[in-house]
Design a protein. Structure first.
Length: 279
C-alpha cells in the first residue's frame, strides 16, 4: 500500500506544541495552561502555580489577571524535527504502507476565491514560529510536495481516486471520509474502509451541517445527529435534491447551496478537470 499523508496536520500540531506564549505582569513572566481542574498560571521563575478552576479559556485568564503578552518561547528546532520524524514514521508503519507521499498546502486555494469568509475565523491566528523549518524538513526528509491552488486534502482525494486499491489516506481530518477507499486515522489508531455510497452520504451530511472549522455556514439548528436523521431514509441518488430543498425551506438560496457544495467537496480529479462540484 502507498500512504497518502496529509502533512499539514503534523506540521501545525507539532509546531504549536513546540512553542508557548509567555506573559508578564511587569515583574515576572508566566505561561498559561489548561488542566483537568481548569486553567493555571505558572511562574517561569519560581514554578509557583495559580489555579483558576472556574475559568475555561486562556482569554478568560488574561482578562482576569490582566497579564500582557511578553514573547513566544520556542523549543529547540532539533527537538521539534525529531517529533515530526517520530510522527511521520509512526503513521507510515501503522498504516501498513510500504511507500508514501506527503502533501503540504501552499498559499491560498481556489476556495478563497469562491468565498471571502472561507477560513476567515483563522485570519487572526499567527502561524507557529517553526513552520518554515518543519516544511523544509518534510521536503528534504520525506520528499513532501507542495499543493498549489488546491489543499493537501484535495491532493489526497485525487491520488486515492486514481488508484484506490493501492493507496491509503492518512489523516485525522473527517472531511476525507467522503473519499472512498482505505483510510488511517492516527488519533483513533484506526484503519477503515469508506465505500462510494458512504463517501457521498457523508458529503451530503456536511452540506447540511456546514463546517465550523473552515467557517462554512450550514443550516441553522442542524448538527451531525440531526443531519444523519434527516438523511436516514433518503436514497443516496436523491440526497442532492433533498438537501437543496432543505436549504430553500430554511430561507437559503440555491446559489448558497451550490457555493457550500463547492467549498465542501474534496476533489477527486484535478482542479482543471473538475471545478469542485457540478451542481
Amino acid at each position: 500500500m502507498h500512504a497518502l499523508i496529509d502533512g499539514d496536520i503534523p506540521k501545525y500540531a507539532i509546531a504549536f506544541a513546540c512553542q508557548r506564549d509567555v506573559y508578564t505582569d511587569g515583574k515576572q513572566e508566566f505561561f498559561v495552561r489548561k488542566s483537568l481542574a481548569g486553567m493555571e498560571v505558572v511562574s517561569l521563575e519560581t514554578e509557583e502555580t495559580q489555579h483558576y478552576p472556574e475559568l475555561r479559556s486562556k482569554k478568560a485568564v488574561l482578562e482576569e489577571t490582566r497579564l500582557t503578552h511578553s514573547r513566544i518561547d520556542v523549543d529547540p528546532v532539533a527537538n521539534c524535527l525529531h517529533s515530526v520524524k517520530v510522527m511521520i514514521d509512526g503513521i507510515i508503519k501503522a498504516s501498513g504502507a510500504t511507500s508514501y507521499s506527503v502533501y503540504l498546502t501552499k498559499g491560498e486555494c481556489f476556495r478563497f476565491k469562491l468565498s471571502p469568509i472561507y477560513k476567515a475565523n483563522r485570519a487572526d491566528v499567527p502561524k507557529p514560529v517553526l513552520i518554515p523549518e518543519i516544511q523544509k524538513y518534510l521536503i528534504n526528509k520525506y520528499n513532501a510536495q507542495f499543493c498549489t491552488d488546491i489543499e493537501a486534502d484535495d491532493a489526497l482525494g485525487i491520488a486515492q481516486c486514481q488508484d484506490p486499491r493501492k493507496t491509503i489516506i492518512c489523516t485525522t481530518d473527517k472531511d476525507l471520509d467522503m473519499i472512498p477507499g482505505s483510510h488511517y486515522n492516527w488519533n483513533k489508531e484506526s484503519v477503515y474502509q469508506v465505500s462510494s455510497d458512504q463517501g457521498l452520504r457523508f458529503f451530503w451530511q456536511q452540506v447540511l451541517t456546514g463546517d465550523s472549522v473552515d467557517n462554512i455556514i450550514g443550516l441553522k439548528g442542524i448538527g451531525c445527529k440531526t443531519a444523519l436523521k434527516l438523511l436516514a431514509d433518503v436514497p443516496t441518488k436523491d440526497c442532492k435534491e433533498f438537501c437543496l430543498n432543505e436549504y430553500l425551506k430554511r430561507d437559503r438560496t440555491k446559489e448558497n447551496f451550490i457555493l457550500n457544495c463547492k467549498l465542501l467537496w474534496i476533489l477527486r480529479k484535478p482542479l482543471s478537470e473538475t471545478y469542485a462540484l457540478k451542481a
